[in-house]
Design a protein around this ligand. Sequence first.
Ligand SMILES: Nc1ncnc2c1ncn2[C@@H]1O[C@H](COP(=O)(O)OP(=O)(O)OP(=O)(O)O)[C@@H](O)[C@H]1O
Length: 734
Amino acid sequence: MSNQGYDEELRAERAYIEKLYARLDRERAQAGARYRAALGETGIALVERDADVRIRARETVRLNVADNGLCFGRLDALSGERGYVGRIGLFDDEDDYEPLLLDWRAPAARPFYTATAATPENMRRRRQFHTMGRRVIDFTDEVLGRPGDDERGDAALLAAVNAPRGEGMRDIVATIQAEQDEIIRLGHAGVLVVEGGPGTGKTAVALHRVAYLLYTQRERMSRSGVLVVGPSPLFLEHIGRVLPSLGESDVVFLTPGGLVPGLRVTAEDTPEVAQLKGSLKILDVLAAAVADRQKVPEEPVPVELADVTVALDAGIAGEARLEARRSGLPHNEARPVFREHVMTIIAERAVAMIGEGWLTPEDRGAWADLRADVLEELAEHEELAAALDGLWPELTPETLLAPLYMSPRRLEAAGADPALFRVDGAAWTVSDVPLLDELAGLLGRDDSAERATARRRAAEDAEYAAGVMDVMKLDREEMDEDIMLAAENLIYAEDLAGRFAERDTRDLADRAAADRDWTYGHVVVDEAQELSEMDWRVLMRRCPSRSFTIVGDLAQRRSAAGARSWGSVLAPYVADRWVYRELTVNYRTPAEIMLVAGALLARFAPDARRPESVRACGVRPWSRRVADGELQDAIAEFVRDEAGREGTSAVIGPADVPGAIPPSAAKGLEFDAVLVVAPERILAEGPRGAAELYVALTRATQRLGVLHREPLPPELSGLAEAGVPVRAGHRRFL
Ligand SMILES: Nc1ncnc2c1ncn2[C@@H]1O[C@H](COP(=O)(O)OP(=O)(O)OP(=O)(O)O)[C@@H](O)[C@H]1O
């Protein structure tokens, strides 16, 4: 294209995109008006008003976030048709609702990501806009359909991956690559596993897949919501803003420690204990621990009645226990079975004792009357109730598990490893979460409080509904007789009350996160290699439809309880009905850094595939040996140096290095510059030290430095030795 031709095109594109913004502004003004109107709505139920306000607020957010980079590309078909692709879809309100802008998730937008020179998919050209705020700076074109010329217009991609990182992850809608697009739009309804090395866009792809599913399966997904599980609160914060910018909000973000609502994780297990708790073998321990709380009395307990005293002994309790266990009900729900059985046997004995000499079972009427009297007495018998509570107590997951951990006797009785012992049983760890969740199922609901609340609410609602019916009666004169009759006959106060049941005005995300029994329409698991067998049970319970996007990298596994193969963790739930995809290109770590990290990977996981970096940055990562006393100065120097540059930075090192975050906390994150401190100690820390160091080395998008006190581990010999400092406090590393 000649210069003049280009300028003319650019002017035309600017005009078109201005028109898009004008349309967006009109839509925003309308949405703003609708929002204000919803806020001021009167004369409708509060619940309805809240729902309306929520919808309007969401609409406004969606339009606001689309403002930045609204339109990022254009696709020209061989037929001459052209389509503009952007963050949301827009229609022309002045011209028959012609499409002005295609939502990136719409089927028609797909070739924008997948058409190549060799397989042009009936497309002629892909154009990518480079924008600043609302203004188009320039554009680049790719001509499709010329095999051999198969280089994508990577200018936009390279600009995106090279750009300094800001707060939180950004969306990649403008530059999704073909192998990523295939995963984002994959039609598979079940379990999808996406594996790839560091920086291959696993997280980005998983989140864009959620946005895609919310777009294509709006109704199903927005009814049940989507759960995204990530390794740490820091990570969730990092990725939390990507989805709203994709225009979605029915999503719950949780760490594995947050999967049981209301539970606070305050402690950490040793790798050995985490492994014990993470294995499915713990299921037997939990079942045995519950059984251990179903007792028979060591000494007979006298139950004094008005006329006789009957002993509640091991025989009676044992028989009742057998019966209660046979019911197959969870522990708490089997309590009434146990209780009733004990009472029946005691009543029989009491009747036999009272009637001795004058009453035989053949005197059916008298026998039954006496039995009924005794049962009534037993039902009111406080000592018996207390004894039964002791033998078969009402338990919550917490009141079962904490005493178990604190008692070597209980641990032994449950067949548990003595290593599970701890002094403060209720100092919960992440590995306790799936155990508590499992126990919630084994114990059944302890819903006495809930039942009382439900009863109170039902009464309140019925009262309210009765009021409504009174109003209807007052209107009687104005109503058609038949309709009135029909209404009164068909609507009872309680039924009417049921219609007000939707009293919860919280957002779906808040409701779902607070409800252990919530089941999601789709679950995304990030850093999935870290999850234990027991964690998978919790997640599978949260999504009975088994609609999962699981992303991870077995080579980055840190947890001793984590996955060694995808097949083995998934088999119990979906056998081999799961789909596997691989991502192979690293968009984060430049080639120079990947070379060093790759050498380490080759040592500890020789079979793992090293992802290809999409770019080199021209800066070699460096290392420097420092004496003990110099370490803090050297770290401070790095921090000062980075403070003067654009972008983000982090110091990653063992937990006792001041100012450093441990590799585990850096999981899934990225920074423009990273300083890794004491790699020799990270390597030596635990069986997965090499994987931790690999994670630490692969967090940088531009610059990587390493400070070490001991000789550099041979795995890191690819680092450039940095110059000896000129003067303490005055050194440059690069
Ligand atoms: N198609 C793309 N266009 C632009 N940037 C991309 C693209 N794909 C990935 N990226 C960027 O690459 C970086 C790494 O992506 P992401 O964090 O999703 O990788 P990951 O595979 O989850 O990494 P890790 O396993 O190390 O956590 C992010 O900054 C992401 O925005």
